[in-house]
Write a protein that binds this ligand. Sequence first.
Ligand code: DGL
Length: 300
Amino acid sequence: MDERDQRTRDMATRPIGIFDSGIGGLTVLKMLRDAFPAESFIYVGDLGRSPYGSKAADTVRRYAIQITDFLLRKGVKMIVIACNTASAVAGDDVKRRAYPVPVIEVVGCGAKMACEILSKQHDKDVRIGILGTDTTVTSEVYVNKIHELVRERGLKRPDIRQQACPLFVPLVEEGWWKGDVPDEIAEYYLRSMKSFNPDVVILGCTHFPLLKEPIARTLPEGTILTDCAPAVVSEVRAILDEHGWNAPSGSSEDDSDSAGTVFYCSDTGDTFRRQAERFLDMSIEFVHHVDLEMCEDEEG
Ligand code: DGL
């Protein structure tokens, strides 16, 4: 075997790194674990410093770079930013920092999902709603990305309305995914979105798919809800295939704690573990603690 083949083989056995401010990114991890059972993953939930969505862009950028450095030291073959807020304000910084390790960010993926729906509507006037955190909404990154994709694909320009729903994040972290409280908060946040009568609504925060039911109940019947996860799966697949980095089958359980995934949390891991076990429907033996401030690198 020549040196190049050896390197490809080495890369194939490495884990995929994935991070979010907390448990929201598990909605992406779940789809990736189902789609790629042979792959192993390292998941970082920055619960000690969440929520990201109400923090200054510079602060989120610093956090995202620290996590990137941590994942690079762990030898990941690819990084998935499973957080819209970090993707919105730090996507390019993370890509530069990680290069040549490929980075997938969820905002581009969410916008692609919406444009795929748009392309099936032919020449109809389409209204797109975007739900996200304050930071994501203020960055206007979804609006710009959708307009860019629409131009590239020669589609009709949609009417777009954004709505920040910051309280959805702690609600999800608390495990309050159903019942009167999420229903009432959804009703409060989505009042003007309801009268906008959107055709498609992007769940532009990875925590929000966990509140899909109350959100769907509140919006007009027939509103299509979409999120980034299926497009993330396609992008991961494309990178694995392009580089020949698909993990050999049966390798994911060799060196990881919970059937192919090692979990790190910047806070005490108990709450994280409870919610992650419930959402992923598996038992997690151990959540490692990580001090991300210690991961700050001098260079760059
Ligand atoms: N799940 C994250 C997102 O997609 C961040 C939520 C937060 O920490 O505010 O934006």
